[in-house]
Design a protein around this ligand. Structure first.
Ligand SMILES: NC(=O)c1ccc[n+]([C@@H]2O[C@H](COP(=O)([O-])OP(=O)(O)OC[C@H]3O[C@@H](n4cnc5c(N)ncnc54)[C@H](OP(=O)(O)O)[C@@H]3O)[C@@H](O)[C@H]2O)c1
Length: 319
């Protein structure tokens, strides 16, 4: 089968077309003939080596849509021919065929294969950060960093659907603010100005780290939650004193979908189903701004790595 992978960590140029055997689904897994593969910042970090060196040829790709073409032993509730959106905890999505845990393969049920290709990781994460890590309740005020990105643009809409009273966003440069506003933000700020403009925010979603993370603590309301779920800025980790947390009624919380996949798969699954039903009902939408053929994955990575991408980027594998 055709795939795109890398043998060494490095820039987008290390991604190359490869021919690999079609993987076989193990117990509890399904084999998917991939229609679309989502492109995510986590895959850029995978390629750069933030999660370690490749094990032979690594094929990135954490989410796909497509048709189930084989079932591993013990799989129930899914059938050959089902169209699904799937989260792939071990990657492998930039390929004509990919293996997914059956627990994380969700019938499309009214969602197009195109939307499904960019949904399973992104929407599950956005929903899980808000509802799971940050415990959003109706009436909360929410601030979302990287507001125009894949997760950010979905999180703004999901926050509204869950009853947020106000939703603010930040972007790295002013050029993205107008784009982000279409997702229902009350206001979108540039990242260097939000701290002086905002106060008493119940929930801050932070996938950036570094100075943005530190400044975010200061805008929290009493019992506010700073939900940390990424390191897009690739800053060194922070060392924070604990005293200001209780002195200022602040909470720090974290979200990691890979950890949930290992330790709380039922929780991940319930977040995914809730988020996908919002997509199917039209309550939220994915804004697919870029669609490229599989062999142009490096271009998609270049845009994500340079911070110039907006909304959701897809690879059309076998649309
Ligand atoms: N914890 C989890 O389980 C989990 C799961 C999925 C995704 N994530 C995280 O969620 C975040 C968003 O993921 P995504 O795939 O939707 O990406 P994305 O938001 O579409 O793209 C990443 C964005 O990060 C911002 N950014 C800040 N500093 C950057 C830098 N030095 N280089 C490049 N971009 C920078 C840019 O937005 P601005 O221009 O607005 O700065 C950029 O557009 C990522 O941090 C990702 O790792 C975490």
């Amino acid at each position: 089968m055709r795939a795109v992978g890398f043998d060494v960590n490095g820039g987008p140029e290390v991604l190359r077309a490869v021919e690999l055997p079609v993987p076989e689904p193990g117990p509890g897994q399904v084999l998917i003939r991939v229609a679309y593969a989502g492109v995510n910042y986590g895959e850029v970090q995978h390629r750069l080596g933030d999660f370690g060196p490749p094990d032979g040829t690594d094929v990135p790709g954490l989410e796909v849509s497509g048709e189930i073409v084989a079932l591993g032993p013990g799989v129930t509730g899914l059938a050959l021919g089902d169209l699904v959106a799937a989260y792939l905890p071990d990657g492998g999505g930039y390929a004509e065929y990919a293996v997914a845990p059956a627990d994380f393969a969700f019938p499309l049920d009214g969602i197009s294969p195109r939307d499904g290709g960019g949904a399973a990781l992104v929407l599950t994460t956005a929903y899980g950060v808000l509802a799971g890590a940050a415990r959003l309740v109706p009436g909360d005020s929410v601030l979302i960093h990287a507001a125009a990105g894949g997760v950010g643009s979905a999180a703004a809409q999901i926050a509204r659907a869950l009853g947020a009273a106000s939703v603010h966003g930040t972007v790295g440069g002013s050029g993205k603010a107008d784009y982000a506003k279409r997702f229902g933000y009350d206001a979108v700020h540039t990242r260097d100005t939000f701290a002086e403009r905002l106060r008493d925010i119940d929930i801050v979603l932070d996938p950036i780290g570094g100075p943005t993370r530190l400044a975010s603590l200061d805008v929290l309301a009493p019992f506010g939650r700073l939900a940390v779920y990424g390191e897009a800025g690739r800053h060194p980790d922070l060392t924070l004193p604990v005293l200001p947390l209780w002195k200022n009624n602040r909470s720090l919380t974290g979200y990691n979908i890979g950890d949930l996949a290992r330790r709380a798969p039922a929780c991940l699954r319930s977040h995914a189903l809730a988020a996908l039903s919002l997509l199917a009902s039209g309550a939220i939408r994915l804004d697919i701004t870029t669609e490229l053929p599989l062999d142009r994955a490096a271009e998609a990575h270049q845009a994500l790595q340079s911070g110039t991408s907006r909304g959701k980027t897809l690879l059309a594998v076998r649309p």
